[in-house]
Design a protein around this ligand. Structure first.
Ligand SMILES: [Zn+2]
Length: 412
């Protein structure tokens, strides 16, 4: 195997760079972000690329075309992680194209376009609660107000970025023009390819999503003295809303998923106090934006009805929305040709998870290649696995895609 074992050993080396002892957690603008980025930049340079940290802490590697005016194909993925993460999410989409460039460089092969490989500093949004910061900046849709968001320790993104050596003032200048397309390889993070017995698949579209914060205000009271009918229990109301959201999405499971990932009694709660306020989050996703918006309106109406019946107040605050991103048909066909050339049956599948590619959809045609996950398709978990044979095949497919990619194919 030319690629698989080295890519997996590099995934292991990056997994060792963690904020938490004994598990992988690597969030934005931390010393571990710096160390991982430096290692990735060193691998980029060894492969024959120019590499640097940009103003937002992304690592950008460039394999420059012979013609410096040539169009730019951007690829990459994220180097941050969730808490207690797996080691392949994001990372594979950085290391696989670096391996491709090393192979091209070894053969003295330049491309008719400049290839940029970007390791995004933030995609998961763990530290500041806003995701896809890196790809948003390159796509020209970075919201500068995000700089004022604070992490759990009260540090603002602006402060953290300056301490990292970044430059908030030049973020707008990161927006790219002249990008002919964006492609991304990523582990599937689900069981579809595993169940189909296929190492790779071509993504059709990336689901859009809405995230919201919900606060339920009832009335605190003594757990022993307030009779049940008089109560305005915020947590019981929130619990009923959580189940209503789950039921609504389950009834539309072919096009919709919904998750309440956080639920808390305000102030932490006490065993002998009726909860006066409760807060929870909602994450709704669909490949169909109209269905997602309809579901959002429907579950809000259901939650308001529950709140009215239980005599509690409801604050319903969407704070994040991302449109679904269809993958370009011409690029899908080019991925499919590369997959077929490796003797693999071509399978098309949607992406339920969000990816950096979504942000680029506003800027240029996008497409993605999925790689099979083992272990039931589990991801965002240390139980995430990637078979070296699958990494080998996916990287071979990626290399073939890059060698056959003609920027003019997208201008027709
Ligand atoms: Zn990812």
């Amino acid at each position: 195997m030319r690629f698989g074992p080295e890519i997996l050993s590099r995934c292991d080396a990056l997994a060792a760079i963690s904020e938490d002892p004994g598990r992988l957690t690597r969030t934005y603008l931390t010393p571990q972000h710096r160390a991982a980025g430096e290692l990735i930049a060193a691998w980029m340079r060894a492969a024959g690329m120019e590499a640097h940290f940009d103003a937002l802490g992304n690592v950008v590697g460039r394999y420059v075309a012979a013609d410096p005016q040539a169009p730019v194909l951007v690829t990459g993925s994220h180097m941050d992680s969730v808490v207690d993460a797996g080691r392949y999410d994001g990372i594979f989409g950085i290391l696989s194209p670096i391996a491709c460039v090393a192979d091209l460089q070894a053969r003295g092969r330049r491309l008719p376009y400049t290839l940029e490989v970007v390791a995004f500093g933030d995609e998961e949004g763990v530290r500041f609660g806003v995701s896809m910061l890196g790809s948003r900046a390159l796509a020209g849709s970075f919201d500068m107000s995000a700089l004022e968001r604070r992490d759990a320790n009260g540090v603002s993104m602006r402060e953290a970025l300056v301490a990292f050596g970044g430059d908030p003032a030049t973020i707008p200048a990161l927006a790219r023009d002249g990008v002919v397309a964006y492609v991304e390889a990523h582990i599937e993070q689900g069981p579809v390819l595993l169940d189909a017995g296929l190492p790779v698949g071509v993504v059709t579209s990336i689901a859009g999503g809405t995230r919201l914060a919900v606060r339920v205000e009832g009335s605190a009271g003594h757990a022993g003295t307030v009779p049940m009918p008089r109560r305005q229990d915020a947590l019981a109301a929130a619990a009923e809303m959580v189940l209503a959201i789950e039921r609504h999405c389950a009834e539309r499971a072919d096009t919709l998923v919904g998750t309440v990932g956080k639920l808390a009694v305000a102030g932490g709660g006490a065993i002998n106090v009726i909860p006066g306020a409760a807060e929870f989050t909602v994450d709704l996703r669909s490949g169909d934006d109209a269905r997602r918006r309809a579901a959002l309106a429907d579950v809000e109406a259901e939650c308001r009805a529950i709140a009215a019946r239980r005599r509690v107040a409801l604050a319903w605050e969407p704070f994040f929305e991302l449109a679904a991103a269809p993958c370009d048909a011409r690029l899908q066909a080019q991925w499919a040709a590369a997959v077929a050339a490796h003797g693999v049956a071509v399978r098309h599948l949607p992406s339920g998870a969000g990816h950096d590619a979504m942000e680029f959809a506003k800027l240029a045609p996008i497409a993605m290649l999925f790689v099979r996950c083992g272990n039931g398709g589990v991801s965002h978990s240390p139980r995430e696995t990637l078979d070296p044979e699958d990494a080998e095949i996916a990287t071979g497919v990626f290399l073939r895609f890059l060698e056959h990619f003609d920027p003019a194919s997208l201008s027709a």
